[in-house]
Design a protein around this ligand. Structure first.
Ligand code: GUN
Length: 303
């Protein structure tokens, strides 16, 4: 980083990284098929007709097949009972052709997400949401790690190499991103602060960080003035903001890209940063699950 305030950050190209990861998954999937005599299989369960979820599930299905795995889709109506959903999950748990199970969230309000997640076989829980996998991550045992934070970690390690000793601030304490992100960075020997909506003087906390991961869901909240010069900024936010009169709606992150990219050493854009990583890591988790469940040796660290 030079000492000029206008030095531009390197852009971390998550779209390209995700494509490279999917190509490696495809190689591993072909190898799995040759050894196991069957394709790896990923099942996705969608309840209801939320348009964003439908787009996401369709995209997952296409990419699963493109990587050489079987994609199983189960759609239930929005008024299906929790018992019906649990019966689908139990059938998938018992199906040897299914290596990974993903129940698309959010579920309709009459269903309890914790009950449904708890019903998934932890060794098919490619989302890493089951308490067994949460506990495995917390204690350093092999399990499944939620896709978005694992994708963030891959981008960070690709950019920085060793993260040992770095100060990291994670903003947002969700079970899906913030908490597992803090665990992953702790395991990489970072000094981790998990900040959230009650954190006092957030700008000062962020200013200490060599690594900032923003996952709060508030458009452009993190400003350039908060960023330590040269820091690496990972923006998990995907917020749709309406344009001014006559302008189209646009997607923005939780970080104000214009001001932050003038100060940071490296930064993920929105779109094209963290977003494309989630499905690519899901496919990675699915092929890891297939090898583990079939008892075929596989180096997880190769993906
Ligand atoms: N809804 C939005 N993202 C995700 C995800 O990664 N997993 C699941 N299960 N549901 C989601």
């Amino acid at each position: 980083m030079t000492d000029t305030a206008t030095a531009a950050a390197a852009i971390i190209d998550g779209k390209a990284f995700a494509q490279g990861l999917r190509e490696k998954v495809a190689v591993a999937a072909a190898d799995f098929e040759a050894k196991a005599g069957r394709k790896a299989g990923l099942a996705v369960v969608l309840v209801g007709e939320d348009p964003a979820s439908q787009v996401y599930v369709r995209s997952k299905g296409k990419m699963t097949v493109a990587c050489g795995m079987n994609s199983f889709e189960h759609k239930l109506p929005a008024d299906a009972s929790e018992a019906e959903l649990l019966a689908v999950v139990q059938a998938l748990n018992a199906d040897p052709a299914v290596d990974g199970i993903l129940v698309q969230l959010p579920l309709p309000a009459h269903m309890n997400e914790q009950t449904v997640i708890a019903a998934i076989d932890p060794d098919k829980d490619v989302d890493g949401f089951h308490v067994i996998n949460v506990g495995r991550l917390a204690t350093g045992l092999p399990g499944f790690v939620p896709c978005t934070p694992l994708g963030c970690l891959m981008l960070l390690k690709d950019k920085l190499g060793s993260l040992s000793g770095l100060d990291a601030v994670v903003i947002g304490r969700s079970n899906i991103v913030g908490k597992p992100m803090a665990q992953l960075l702790t395991a990489e020997s970072c000094t981790v602060t998990l900040a959230h909506s009650r954190t006092r003087d957030l700008p000062d906390v962020v200013r200490r960080a060599d690594i900032v991961v923003a996952a709060v869901g508030r458009p452009e909240m993190v400003r350039g003035e908060w960023i330590k010069p040269g820091a690496t900024v990972i923006d998990v936010g995907i917020n749709r903001v309406e344009g001014a009169e006559g302008e189209k709606a646009r997607l923005v992150g939780d970080v104000d890209f214009a001001s932050a990219s003038a100060v940071a050493g490296a930064i993920t854009p929105v779109p094209g940063g963290v977003g494309p990583m989630t499905i690519a890591v899901l496919l990675r988790n699915a092929i890891v699950a297939a090898h583990r469940n079939a008892g075929i040796a596989f180096d997880d660290a190769s993906l």
